[in-house]
Design a protein around this ligand. Structure first.
Ligand SMILES: NC(=O)c1ccc[n+]([C@@H]2O[C@H](COP(=O)([O-])OP(=O)(O)OC[C@H]3O[C@@H](n4cnc5c(N)ncnc54)[C@H](OP(=O)(O)O)[C@@H]3O)[C@@H](O)[C@H]2O)c1
Length: 289
């Protein structure tokens, strides 16, 4: 992968109308604070905020005075969502050459930039064709409109399908102590084996809003570790992901600068092997075989 991503990626899904609805000034300040702390990679998708959040971020970024090269922008394409500003009859995926190129050009315009550091296909489509996708990606790369190309939420067979025509450098998928099917469905094995950079979305797995038996077991298992590691619950949840040998980069969703600082400090926590399994057992509700 050509792009050097920050150790913790800042997810921007809730910066706009799908969440905090920050003003331009608030976004400007948050972008500065993130960069001051070394969080230079920002994760977007065309659909965030019903196709509005990239533009809100782009407007704010253009006012920061920060050089474009100081940050890395990830964005995604492919989800066609039913919304006022699009003439879609149903939510669907579109990976035609024309749509991918059009969508990236929209993202560039909205983000006030000439290039995306990373473009991801947001979700696998049952109708995607690797040849058509590769034609779009090669054209975008030749024109300098994207640097790295990757996927999101793709299983090993789907990554292989795309790689028949074009290499992928990264996959962004859900992975947390709460939701770790990536261990069982082969995704983590595949990215490790093929040197594909892994990023995990929802790295906290909704832990703080869950009222499930699984969340209670995890909470109980975390208690003695809070003191042992002098860490908070969210730091231990991140440390659990970070121990995986695939070197997964968390894409954190908080837009609270204090919580971003807490997430950054989680990088230093080295979870003991058996503590990792204590938490894994709490997540699964049973011992490993
Ligand atoms: N590729 C994909 O398909 C896909 C799908 C979903 C998301 N994403 C990306 O992944 C990013 C992160 O997803 P996510 O938002 O689900 O991530 P997350 O980091 O697991 O969760 C963030 C949520 O947890 C809350 N939180 C964090 N620390 C907390 C604490 N100590 N106590 C209570 N609440 C706490 C945050 O609230 P506050 O904001 O108030 O701190 C926020 O609501 C998104 O922004 C997006 O960029 C990608």
């Amino acid at each position: 992968m050509k792009t050097k991503l920050s150790d913790i990626i800042i997810g921007c899904m809730s910066w706009g109308i799908w969440g905090k609805d920050f003003s331009t000034k608030e976004m400007d300040e948050l972008i500065h604070s993130c960069i001051d702390q070394g969080n230079t990679t920002f994760d977007h998708a065309d659909i965030y905020g019903g196709y509005t959040t990239e533009a809100a971020f782009g407007k704010a970024f253009s006012k920061t005075g920060i050089e474009r090269e100081q940050i890395q922008l990830i964005s995604k394409c492919g989800i066609q969502y039913k919304t006022e500003n699009r003439d879609n009859r149903i939510k669907h995926y579109d990976y035609s050459k024309e749509y991918i190129i059009w969508s990236v050009e929209q993202s560039l315009k909205n983000l006030h930039t000439d290039y995306l550091d990373v473009l991801l296909l947001h979700r696998p489509s049952p109708l995607m064709h690797p040849y058509e996708i590769s034609e779009a990606i090669v054209q975008l790369q030749e024109q300098g409109k994207i640097i790295d190309f990757g996927v999101s939420n793709f299983l090993p067979s789907q990554m292989e399908l795309i790689q028949k025509e074009i290499s992928i450098t990264c996959n962004q998928f859900e992975f947390s102590l709460v939701q770790n099917t990536a261990i069982d469905n082969g995704t983590l094995d595949y990215v490790l084996k093929n040197d594909i950079k892994a990023m995990s979305w929802s790295p906290l797995g909704g832990f703080f809003s869950l009222e499930t038996e699984q969340a209670s077991r995890i909470k109980e298992a975390l208690q003695p570790m809070l003191e042992k590691y002098n860490a908070t619950e969210d730091q231990l949840l991140l440390a659990w992901i970070l121990k995986h040998p695939a070197n997964v980069i968390p894409v954190v969703g908080t837009s609270t600068i204090e919580r971003i600082k807490i997430a950054n400090a989680a990088i230093e926590i080295k979870l003991d092997l058996q503590d990792w399994f204590i938490l894994y057992e709490a997540s699964r509700g049973h011992k490993v075989a």
